[in-house]
Design a protein around this ligand. Structure first.
Ligand SMILES: CC(C)(COP(=O)(O)OP(=O)(O)OC[C@H]1O[C@@H](n2cnc3c(N)ncnc32)[C@H](O)[C@@H]1OP(=O)(O)O)[C@@H](O)C(=O)NCCC(=O)NCCS
Length: 184
């Protein structure tokens, strides 16, 4: 994949601004449609699940660091949201609107979170995702993440892991992944 693809298409990445939250919730809702393509009914059902109430979502965004990908008219089309968790940063959401996927934006957003985490002095970037969904664990593996076995994760990470298992899906379909930031 060409890392400059997003920049050459006129996309930019900037911090979240006041007023972005409803647009980001719409992007997240639209992005979940991609799960309908997954050949596992438990996971495919996520495509039709309800997102969080806007006020809860806004509060969580405001307590996080959020990088927003915008098109050439400065309209948000994707974002990544992460927060400090002990000595790590924890990514709790990454979404790109389906009209703008496969152009390198997801990768650029991950890169921007890794850079921000490194600048904060975080030890690792950690997240939970689906093991066998092409645009989940394999996507992160391509960016240099590897598995953090649940048995080796500290209690707060295990708690986040369990809290993020979507209703109706088997936790064994998911994993924690980590990227070391110390040597960036
Ligand atoms: C995951 C997501 C953010 C990726 O966004 P994106 O902008 O398409 O990502 P990129 O363009 O950087 O993709 C990089 C690579 O990931 C893989 N990939 C991304 N989407 C894929 C898909 N639908 N099917 C198969 N591989 C995919 C490909 O290897 C791709 O490279 P390529 O386009 O050169 O083949 C986006 O698909 C999304 O919002 N999905 C729904 C929400 C989600 O799953 N979030 C992450 C959960 S932890």
């Amino acid at each position: 994949m060409n890392p400059d693809r997003a920049a050459s298409a006129g996309y930019t990445i900037r911090p979240m601004r006041a007023g972005d939250a409803p647009l980001l919730l719409d992007i997240d809702t639209a992005s979940t449609a991609l799960f309908a393509t997954v050949d596992n009914p438990e996971i495919a059902a996520i495509a039709t699940s309800c997102g969080p109430p806007l006020e809860d979502f806004r509060r969580h965004l405001e307590a996080s660091e959020v990088k927003v990908a915008c098109d050439n008219a400065d309209r948000p089309v994707g974002f990544i949201a992460f927060e400090a968790l002990e000595r790590d940063i924890y990514v709790w959401l990454l979404s790109v609107h389906p009209d703008h996927t496969r152009r390198g934006l997801g990768s650029q957003l991950v890169k921007s979170a890794l850079e921000a985490g490194g600048a904060r002095g975080a030890e690792r970037c950690v997240l939970s995702t689906f093991r066998d969904v092409a645009f989940n664990a394999p996507f992160y593996r391509d960016q240099g993440f590897d598995e953090l076995p649940l048995s080796e994760a500290a209690a707060p990470l295990r708690e986040r892991f369990h809290g993020e298992v979507p209703a109706g899906t088997d936790p064994d379909l998911r994993l924690l992944m980590q990227f070391p930031l110390g040597n960036r």
